[in-house]
Write a protein that binds this ligand. Structure first.
Ligand SMILES: C[S@@+](CC[C@H](N)C(=O)[O-])C[C@H]1O[C@@H](n2cnc3c(N)ncnc32)[C@H](O)[C@@H]1O
Length: 331
């Protein structure tokens, strides 16, 4: 059988060099479709839901507060990974729950974990949602356009059949405040998702938790933010272990905020994961674990610290909350 790399090489041979975004789309789609589980100790990276159920329990608390504003409150999770977050939320309260997940392998894992819960899988965001559309590390998995400034013009990076980069014309107009020679990863799909979320919500919230920057810091990175992960190591080269290592880029939250404003999503809050989880009461949980003092509690305490410590996930991860008011005037 032809390997994924050979299949991709043949495609590029037939089509000619493809934009980096198309390369990333193919590679990430393949990566999430393999049998090997990408998330957690046996995989390539950890996410907050993987660290400890407290993450989902605190989000459930948030959803509980928001649900009081509405007659009905549906949750829609984008890119649900192993389904741990869904499980930890639904253990707290049985919200109507939809999962939008593209990978068949991930869907299988979710179905197995969530078999005792009443959840539905969807392929597209439906219209008329009252509730919250939310995600943990969804936007960073979307393909990015890699661009570089050469004098007055922006060039797009393409991938050749030998998996080398060349520069060519932009696929579509893009504007980015870059210095000469500077590279940036522009996530046009993230913008489209935010627009679609705005349309899908009749009233309610969009909550995105991910690592990223506001635009000024985003465009201060000289070589963009693209990074690969393999067995818990950061790898800079996206052309090795093709389809076997994760590939991601930081989220430009200014884009999400700006696009949201155009889609009737007002920014209610933008903060660090540390601030957000402290606001939801993580320190009380940590105190209980410290008082309990047994080995299991102390191990959990270490994981809870990882969620909030600035040098760990606390500051790198951000929380964006956008609100869509009914008829444009208020939930
Ligand atoms: C980095 S993982 C995050 C998983 C989980 N939310 C967590 O925090 O553990 C990204 C997830 O998004 C899914 N995904 C990526 N692109 C997608 C798309 N375009 N539509 C739906 N799901 C997608 C992947 O299959 C995977 O489940």
């Amino acid at each position: 059988m032809m390997s994924f790399t050979d299949h991709l090489r043949r495609k590029i041979q037939e089509q000619g060099p493809i934009p980096f975004s198309e390369y990333m789309e193919e590679v990430v789609r393949h990566y999430y479709s393999t049998e090997r589980n990408p998330i957690g100790i046996e995989g390539d990276f950890y996410t907050a839901p993987d660290l400890d159920p407290i993450f989902g329990q605190l989000l459930a608390k948030q959803f509980d507060q928001w649900a009081k504003e509405f007659d009905s409150f549906t949750l829609v999770e984008l890119g649900a990974g192993k389904g741990l977050l869904a499980r930890d939320i639904l253990q707290q309260r049985r919200f109507p729950y939809m999962l939008l997940e593209r990978s068949p392998g991930m869907r299988r894992r979710q179905a197995e974990l969530l078999k005792e819960y009443d959840v539905t899988w969807i392929d597209e965001l439906p219209d008329g949602i009252t509730g919250c559309i939310f995600s943990s590390e969804f936007f960073d998995a979307l393909p990015v356009r890699r661009v570089v400034r050469r004098g007055q013009v922006l060039k797009e990076i393409y991938v050749t059949k030998n998996f080398e980069e060349i520069e060519g014309d932009l696929q579509e107009p893009i504007d980015a405040p870059l210095a000469d020679g500077q590279i940036a990863d522009i996530n046009l799909q993230a913008r489209k998702w935010v627009r679609r979320i705005g349309e899908s919500l009749d009233a309610g919230y969009h909550l995105a938790i991910d690592y990223g920057y506001m635009g000024d810091e985003y465009y201060a990175q000289p070589r963009g933010t693209l990074m690969c992960y393999w067995r818990h190591q950061a790898v800079e080269d996206p052309y090795i272990r093709i389809g076997e290592q994760d590939m991601t880029a930081h989220v430009n939250f200014s884009d999400l905020i700006q696009e949201g404003t155009a889609a009737s999503l007002d920014t209610a809050r933008f903060t660090t994961q540390m601030d957000y989880l402290i606001g939801l009461g993580i320190l009380d949980e940590m105190e209980k674990l410290a008082i309990a003092g047994d080995a299991v509690s102390l191990q959990r305490l270490v994981k809870l610290k990882k969620l909030i410590l600035p040098g760990s996930m606390g500051q790198r991860f951000k929380v964006l909350i956008q609100v869509k008011r009914r008829g444009g005037t208020g939930p």
